[in-house]
Write a protein of this length. Structure first.
Length: 122
């Protein structure tokens, strides 16, 4: 089984906006050297989730984890993402695709943000 990870974010018209996500992808690649890691965006910024998953599948990935890089599970994560994942599962029935909770729901992420802020106001 070949694993893939898609870091899924909102998207923006600003070209530099993707830089933190690409840095995050590089860090995930370092920690998960056996997985293919891609970025994907909900709107405006390419590639789309569909395009990123299709590229991973074309490379032989058979299990994909979608990691929503959002601070809170708003409408896009609660409504849009499940529909998108269902459509991807239908399009790629031989591939296991699952979505994680938003990163902002994870206590270690919140702790890291709190620490970063606290270190800058001391």
């Amino acid at each position: 089984m070949s694993a893939g990870i898609v870091l899924f974010a909102h998207g923006s018209r600003e070209a530099e906006w993707t830089a933190p996500f690409e840095r995050l992808a590089a860090r995930v690649r370092e920690r998960c050297p056996d997985a293919r890691v891609a970025t994907a965006y909900l709107e405006i910024t390419p590639p789309t989730l569909d395009e990123a998953v299709a590229a991973l599948v074309a490379d032989g990935v058979t299990e994909i984890v979608v990691a929503p890089v959002f601070l809170a599970p708003g409408g896009h994560v609660r409504r849009d993402l499940p529909r998108m994942v269902d459509a991807l599962r239908a399009r790629h029935p031989a591939v296991t695709i699952r979505a994680l909770p938003t990163v902002g729901e994870a206590d270690p992420v919140l702790e890291a943000i709190a620490l970063w802020i606290a270190d800058r106001v001391r």
